[in-house]
Design a protein around this ligand. Structure first.
Ligand SMILES: [Zn+2]
Length: 258
């Protein structure tokens, strides 16, 4: 942790102790692309210092994997870059960003919450609905939205043998269901697994391989089946599933709301 890890040719990730979070970086001969910007300006400034340790080329593009605060609230600290994200990443930040900022700031301890409360929210200005390709030197970087899952605006970044999947996958903690679509998540992740990539970067936790992603997709499928069974049998008590009770209850709440 706390250093850049090379995932492929000029493809890096940096895991931060705060939230056990991963930031991606792809470095070209004259410019770089950063994937997610962390949860407040001071953390984004730390990210910029870490990028400067690795390369002197400027960051010209920021990709937001989804609208959650810990992935987008550092955007304002990359004023020279174009910010790219799903069309609903933009609209959600515009419509609900201030509310998310206030809620998160109130929940965090003050030394952290005060930073979040002061964030200037900058949504992606370059958006797409299904897919988009970025070019870096002679390399193609694919951005893909495959359906609702952890949120309704998760995108994955694909380059060479690497998938940067944002919070579509999570290592070291259960998947986060708070904004999720539990019945669609396993379907979306199964679609992403059609990619033959070997190296997978979760939004949080260690870099993983295909086997981990397949296992998490299976667990998400079990959650969806358990919840569907609950609904069809009219039960309200959440039965044991692959994740702890609070996680299953949150998934059920989201399943019911959808
Ligand atoms: Zn998230």
């Amino acid at each position: 942790m706390d250093q850049w890890e090379e995932l492929g040719n000029n493809i890096y990730s940096h895991r931060y102790e705060a939230l056990n979070q991963n930031i991606g970086l792809i470095v070209g001969s004259e410019e770089a692309i950063v994937i997610d910007t962390r949860g407040h300006h001071a953390h984004a400034d730390e990210l910029r210092r870490d990028i400067a340790k690795l390369t002197s080329v400027p960051v010209t593009t920021v990709v937001n994997t989804h609208m959650h605060w810990d992935h987008t609230f550092g955007n304002a600290r990359f004023p020279e870059a174009r910010i790219v994200g799903h069309v609903r990443c933009r609209s959600t930040l515009l419509d609900f960003g201030p509310e998310m900022r206030d809620t998160v700031a109130a929940q965090l301890p003050p030394e952290w919450g005060d930073h979040v409360a002061a964030v200037e929210i900058v949504p992606p200005e370059v958006t797409f609905e299904e897919s988009m390709t970025l070019t870096l030197d002679d390399r193609q970087i694919r951005l893909a939205y495959l359906g609702r899952a952890h949120t309704d605006n998760d995108i994955s970044l694909l380059i060479d043998d690497v998938v940067m999947a944002g919070d579509l996958i999570e290592e070291g903690a259960p998947p986060a269901f708070g904004s999720s679509f539990p019945s669609e998540w396993p379907v979306t992740l199964a679609d992403l697994l059609e990619e033959p990539a070997a190296v997978w970067l979760p939004g949080h936790g260690r870099v993983v391989g295909r086997a981990f992603v397949e296992s998490q997709a299976a667990d998400l499928g079990t959650v969806a089946a358990v919840l569907a069974d609950m609904k069809s049998s009219g039960r309200t008590e959440v039965p044991p599933g692959p994740f702890q009770r609070e996680v299953m209850e949150l998934a059920w709440m989201r399943f019911e709301a959808d």
